[in-house]
Design a protein around this ligand. Structure first.
Ligand SMILES: NC(=O)c1ccc[n+]([C@@H]2O[C@H](COP(=O)([O-])OP(=O)(O)OC[C@H]3O[C@@H](n4cnc5c(N)ncnc54)[C@H](O)[C@@H]3O)[C@@H](O)[C@H]2O)c1
Ligand SMILES: O=C(O)C[C@H](O)C(=O)O
Ligand SMILES: [Mg+2]
Length: 542
């Protein structure tokens, strides 16, 4: 801790603000730079919580917390950890969505790296200018598909910042070793581009040739500067997300959270749901609304799970129905990507149907599981849900699109239309559902149950790759922690207060799997468990 004087006082990572003791103030040259009172961190938490509570709306609260993070990270995380349920929706989904839309307007201080296309000749210098030398986790976006809100250009930076806050809060990654990055490659959002306040590069998105060359340059610079870092891709448009993952997954320590993290959390939540419904996944017909990278990623994992339950690949695929903006994916469609084609139903199977929209599929098929990753708000209509509820005792319905404004249905509607029988999980947080005077928490099936644990696992175990098996183990360990397994009235996923502990459990299982897969140095399971517990950063003044 080399800093002294003002440099120390204003270093967000090491400052204690009014909690510097008199002795420390003398040692560090801070005498007179602070009011005389000496606060404890608990008093600071109380004070900041009061300040937070007086802000007028959620965006204002977001701005307050982000400013606190820029001022005093230890206090920020301490405050968050004591109010995790209340503050998660403020620093993360859904409020972070609005913060991205209004990024330039609410901008106060820089954070992380802005890797802009016009600086492409100096990418290495950009990387070298990173705020801290040692980095365990990078979250990078290009801002093109921010939640279900589309292209936000540089405003997408809110997402890496928010995700990394949760890497620390839940996964115990040292905040000094996290790095949010936005690749500023222009924006096709005309409103943003023409907004005089816009802080990004005012240019249309670059073409694919330039784009992939730039991404390659970026990856090369990251490898040179930070060869051991975990590089997480976030909120890229599906057309880029899949090729990027394919290109780098075997070359780097990397994963795509929207594809792989989402798949793992969905499978985890389905574990408790299938058990409560009394019918394993391999005996369900599954319908997915949305055939983007998130939807296809989830379905790949569901298919593997059905196969592990004894089905052949073809049998599993025949139980999976995917509907996109044009209707059901069938093998006579010429507009499907390779990933989508794997889930196309034979056109012959739908011959004689009146149509191929979601309502038709639910009408024709004995659906037990309905999932939404479509951004289509309200697409799970009363009619569709009532029909589904007529086919099965415990319909499993997950409207997973974010933010709240994009949800395919709201939990209280699903509860009403199914007389309380639906097993529900949502992507964004919702208020508890009330039935017969009893309030029930709604599980938030969001990849935040997964990515912090992956970060913790690979950092502690010094893994060099994120394998499919590591993701499957994460899903399984989360699934086994479902409160619904012991009481069907309980939510499908654990409460936020329990999530840091469950992340530790998931991380341990993932680290053990990394060793098994030969992508982390040999260590015993006990050693890994201990390493993971010990490596967790805690929000305490040092
Ligand atoms: N809960 C989570 O953890 C989680 C994780 C990742 C993504 N998501 C959410 O999933 C959504 C989709 O993400 P993506 O990257 O796959 O997006 P995407 O834009 O690539 O895919 C959207 C898909 O939905 C289809 N679609 C759009 N409008 C439709 C409509 N009206 N009817 C039927 N289909 C329609 C499109 O054809 C496309 O196949 C976003 O809202 C995102 O926030 C949630
Ligand atoms: O950011 C989230 O809340 C989940 C997911 O990564 C998404 O893109 O919607
Ligand atoms: Mg995302």
């Amino acid at each position: 801790m080399a800093h002294k004087g003002r440099a120390r006082l204003f270093d967000a990572l090491t400052t204690k603000g009014t909690a510097f003791t008199h002795e420390e103030r003398r040692e560090l040259g801070l005498l007179g730079l602070l009011p005389i009172a000496e606060k404890t961190i608990d008093e600071q938490v109380e004070h900041t919580y009061h300040e937070f509570s007086t802000r007028r709306d959620d965006l204002d609260k977001h701005i307050y917390l982000r400013a606190l993070q820029d001022r005093n990270e230890t206090l920020f995380y301490r405050l968050l950890s004591e109010h995790i349920e209340e503050m998660m929706p403020i620093v993360y989904t859904p409020t972070v969505g609005e913060a991205c839309q209004r990024f330039s307007e609410i901008y106060r201080r820089p954070r992380g790296l802005f890797v802009a296309y016009p600086d492409r000749a100096e990418l290495r210098e950009v990387l070298r200018n990173r705020p801290e030398r040692e980095v365990d986790v990078i979250v990078v976006t290009d801002g093109q598909r921010i939640l279900g809100l589309g292209d936000q250009g540089i405003g997408g930076m809110g997402i890496p910042i928010g995700k990394l806050s949760l890497y620390t809060l839940i996964g115990g990654i040292d905040p000094a070793r996290t790095l949010p990055i936005v690749l500023d490659v222009g924006t096709d959002n005309v409103e943003r581009r023409e907004d005089p306040q816009y802080l990004g590069w005012r240019h249309r998105r670059i073409g694919d040739d330039e784009y992939y060359a730039f991404v390659e340059e970026f990856v090369a610079a990251v490898r040179e500067e930070l060869p051991d870092v975990l590089l997480q891709w976030e909120d890229f448009a599906t057309t880029h997300a899949l090729p990027i993952l394919d290109r780098y997954r075997d070359r780097l320590l990397t994963f795509n959270d929207d594809i792989q993290g989402t798949a793992a959390v969905a499978l985890g939540a389905l574990h408790g749901a299938a058990q409560t419904a009394g019918r394993p996944l391999s005996e369900q017909q599954v319908v997915m609304l949305g055939a983007g990278s998130a939807g296809i990623g989830v379905l790949e994992m569901i298919r593997q799970e059905m196969v592990s339950q004894g089905l052949s690949d073809a049998e599993a695929a025949s139980r999976i129905w995917v509907v996109d903006i044009k209707g059901l994916l069938t093998d006579d469609r010429t507009d499907l990507s390779d990933g989508q084609r794997r889930f196309a139903q034979p056109a012959a199977r739908v011959e004689g149907w009146a149509g191929v929209q979601l309502a038709d599929v639910v009408h024709q098929v004995d659906v037990g599981v309905l999932l939404g990753l479509s951004t289509a708000a309200g697409a799970f209509t009363e009619e569709i849900v009532r029909e589904l509820a007529g086919k099965t005792d415990r319909p499993i319905i997950f409207p997973l699109s974010n933010p709240t404004s994009r949800a395919e249905a709201h939990p209280h509607e699903l509860d009403e239309w199914t007389d309380g029988r639906a097993l529900v999980a949502t992507g964004s947080p919702f208020a508890p559902v009330e039935r017969n005077g009893k309030k029930r928490r709604v599980a938030q099936c969001n990849n935040v149950y997964i990515f912090p644990a992956i970060g913790l696992a690979v950092t502690a175990a010094r893994a060099t790759r994120v394998t499919n098996e590591m993701m499957r183990v994460a899903a399984k360990t989360l699934g086994e922690a479902s409160p619904a397994l012991s009481d069907p009235d309980e939510p499908l996923l654990p409460a936020w207060e329990d999530v840091p502990e469950i992340a530790t459990r998931i991380a341990t299982a993932v680290a053990v799997q990394a060793v098994k897969d030969g992508v982390a140095p040999e260590r015993s399971d006990d050693e890994l468990a201990q390493l993971i517990r010990e490596s967790r950063w805690k929000p305490e003044y040092r």
